[in-house]
Structures are given as C-alpha cells and as structure tokens.
Design a protein around this ligand. Structure first.
Ligand SMILES: C[S@@+](CC[C@H](N)C(=O)[O-])C[C@H]1O[C@@H](n2cnc3c(N)ncnc32)[C@H](O)[C@@H]1O
Length: 413
C-alpha cells in the first residue's frame, strides 16, 4: 500500500455513499471519489491508498458526464480548481438540484434499510422535499449563518473540502445576500481563528470575531419571535425553522397526544419545537424543553414565557432523563407514558443510552428530528429493540448543494 497516492486513474462511478462521496471500483477495490456523480466515468487522483479495503480519490476531469452534471454553483468549489484548493461546503453543487434530492433519498433509504432494519416496503414513497417557499432552482442564497476560518496571514475564507486549509474566495453563493454582503472576505484578521457571519430574520447582519461579547438577536417564525444569542444554535436555512415547526406539528399523531402529559422537547435550543407543539395543541399543553447550553435555556424560558405549561431546564439529556426515569413518582410515570417526546439531537444522534432511557419511560409517541440519516437509522434500530416502530417520515432538503438532509420521523409502539 502507499505507491498510488497522487496517481490519476479512470473510474466508473456506480453509486452514492453517505457524506457526499460517490463509490467506484478499481480492480475490485472500492474507491470513494469526490465531485463525481453515479453513472459517470471520471479521471480521479488517488488521495489515500493506505487501506486494503478502500481508497479515496478526487475527481480531476470527467470523461463521460452524467446528464445531471451542471456547472458548479460556486466556481471556488468546481473541479477546475486543484482539489486541495476547492472550497468545502458545497459538495453537491455540480449536480442538478432535483438529482441532488434523488441521491439524498437513496442515501436515506439505504441507511434506513441497512442500519435501521426498516423493511423496504416502508421506505417506498419517501422523497426529499424542497422547502415550502423555496423556489430558487439553483439551491443558493439560503444560509443565514456562515463560518469563515482565518489563515496564518489573517485572510478569512472557508476551509477546503475535507481539510483545514483556508481557501480564498470572492463570493459565497449559498449565503443569503445579507450574509454575503457582510462577509469581510477582503479584510485581514491577524491573530483570529474564525469569524461567524449571520443575518437573523429581524434584519441586518453581524459579525462575531474571536471572543467578542455575545449579543441577543431575534428570529421570527410565523407570528412568533425567538430571542437567542448571536453565537447560539439556530437552524441555518432561512426557511428551516418554519419547515421543521410545520413538520413536527404534522407528524405528531393527535390521537396519541395528551396536552396534560409530561411532554418533552429534548435538545430544545431556544424552544423552537416546544413552541411548535404548543402552537399546535394550545396554551394548556404541558411541555419541558431540555437543553445543555444555559444561555439557550434562559432564552427558551423567555421565548416560552407567555405559555403557562412550558418549562425550560438546563441539563444534559442523558443525565436529565436518567434522573427522571429513576426518580419519578407513580403519577409522574403515568404522565410520562402519556407523553409525546420530541427530540432533535446534534449530528451524532441520540445514541444507545438516551434511546434506552426514552424507551424506558414508555412515551405514547416519539418525534425525532435528525440531521444525519445514518445516526437516525442507528437510533431507529435501537428504538425498534424496545418495541418502537417507524410510523411516519418526512425528509427535507434543508441544505441544498450539500449532501446534508433533515429527516423527521414518528415512532410508536
Ligand atoms: C440540532 S440543535 C436543535 C435545537 C432546537 N431543537 C432547534 O431546532 O432550534 C441541538 C441542540 O442540542 C443541544 N445539545 C447538544 N448536546 C446536548 C446534550 N447532551 N444534552 C442537551 N442538549 C444538548 C445543543 O446545544 C443544541 O442547542
């Protein structure tokens, strides 16, 4: 192993893998190749040949293009650039938007059937939906937040794909116009590591440089306002918060919903999904939002203040739910059995401990919002071990021109 790195090889690209890379075979060996599309023949440069079972490669030219190939939406990320200098974060930008969604569907269905042990029949009819109101066919101008990294000379820019090399760019087409206009691509920031640029929905744009003091911004979703720290978590696509609000409201089975139960919003951030539940089922709804970031919970308490049955607590979900499961009274246990649990964990998913704890309180239904289909599929299989089956699913293209997608599922016994 080791003498093929840097060599160019011809590859027939056969399928898509998780993570935005395609799969090809070379002399029977799997090669994961970037910037290709299944069905293409490409010339690719081997970047990693250390493993016996698979190699990695970057496409450098296309011999037989897919009918779905398009000029990259971001010239800084196109295959015309040296692979080491291609901007990261738009790894599907060379694929027509409708076909990006088809590839995301394939990845989701593959994860659900292989890792989630969901039967194929159940996955029929799954689509990755465009967001309501997103009529931009190029999949650009949606990022309300962007992180730039700073190189040794002080120049800000995105990282190159799969590396920590900062690359110079003169545009940011996935960012909203307000974010792009505010991004200081021409300035120098010697001594800084990163710069966050955001444009909240209440207007204006701001930069967060280094350890500057946090300020509060306001995001609007329908008639609701959410206050949060400028550096705090908020869904990135300009239409994401509204889309997930509607999806959670849609997926909760009203027959199984009890407003007086101990309903939970786990990994709650500033209360977006707790508010979605309350707005769907009325002011009498009881729900507790659990979040590890104290500043976010402070904002959640404020954002949900007018609603008497809502509470926001600071805690790590795994610990908080363990304590809940072990200390609840018989009356509380019944209200937990009647509960709807919404969870929206980070990319790594909930994991075995949290899944088992949730299952141990035996809630009436679980609505799981996931940004990683593989972590979701693993957790679906864990829930299935405890008798919770996939009942309904919707998937959304919350991240056009990237490989990411968002999935919302309902599980019940
Ligand atoms: C994907 S975000 C979802 C936030 C919220 N549901 C929303 O849509 O705005 C995940 C949230 O989980 C929080 N978090 C991460 N790990 C956690 C943990 N172990 N326990 C509690 N919260 C956690 C993060 O701070 C973040 O706010």
């Amino acid at each position: 192993m080791g003498d093929m790195q840097g060599h160019d090889v011809e590859l027939d690209v056969t399928s898509i893998a998780h993570g935005g890379i395609s799969v090809a075979r070379l002399d029977g060996r799997v090669v994961f190749v970037t910037d290709a599309i299944p069905g293409e023949k490409v010339v690719a440069r081997i970047t990693d040949d250390r493993k016996k079972s698979f190699w990695r490669a970057d496409t450098v030219s296309v011999l037989e293009p897919s009918e779905h190939r398009q000029a990259h939406v971001w010239s800084a990320a196109s295959i015309d650039r040296d692979p080491a200098r291609r901007a990261g974060g738009a790894e599907f930008g060379h694929i027509e938007l409708s076909h990006q969604r088809e590839l995301k569907r394939q990845v989701l269905v593959d994860a659900l059937t292989r890792m989630g042990k969901v039967d194929e029949e159940t996955t029929k009819g799954i689509t990755v939906e465009a967001l309501d109101g997103d009529d931009d066919l190029s999949g650009t101008r949606w990022r309300t937040r962007i992180r730039l990294h700073v190189d040794e000379a002080g120049r800000p820019g995105p990282y190159a794909a799969r590396s920590h090399t900062v690359v110079a760019v003169d545009d940011l087409p996935l960012a909203t116009e307000a974010v792009e206009a505010a991004a200081p691509l021409e300035q120098l920031f010697a001594g800084e590591e990163q710069i966050d640029v955001l444009a909240p929905s209440d207007g204006g744009a701001r930069l967060i440089v280094g350890s500057q003091a946090r300020t509060t911004v306001v995001e609007r979703v329908g008639d609701r306002e959410f206050r949060l720290d400028d550096g705090g978590f908020w869904q990135v696509h300009r239409l994401a918060a509204g889309t997930l609000t509607a999806a959670v409201q849609d997926l909760i089975d009203p027959e199984r919903f009890d407003p007086r139960a101990m309903n939970l919003d786990l990994y709650g951030g500033v209360g977006l999904l707790a508010a979605a539940v309350g707005d769907r089922f009325g002011q009498a709804t009881r729900i507790t939002s659990v979040e590890s970031d104290t500043r976010a919970t402070d904002h959640a308490a404020e954002n949900l203040a007018e609603w008497i049955g809502a509470a926001a607590v600071t805690g790590r979900v795994e610990r908080w739910i363990t304590e809940l499961a072990t200390t609840s009274s018989p009356g509380e246990r019944q209200r937990l059995r009647d509960a709807t649990v919404v969870l929206d964990p980070p990319r790594s998913g909930a994991g075995r401990e949290v899944v088992e704890r949730i299952a141990s309180i035996e809630p009436a239904q679980i609505v799981y919002v996931a940004c990683d289909p593989v972590a979701l599929a693993r957790d679906i299989a864990l829930f299935a071990e405890r008798g919770y089956q996939l009942q309904d699913l919707r998937a959304f293209d919350l991240f056009p021109n990237t490989h990411h997608l968002e999935t919302v599922v309902r599980l019940s016994r």
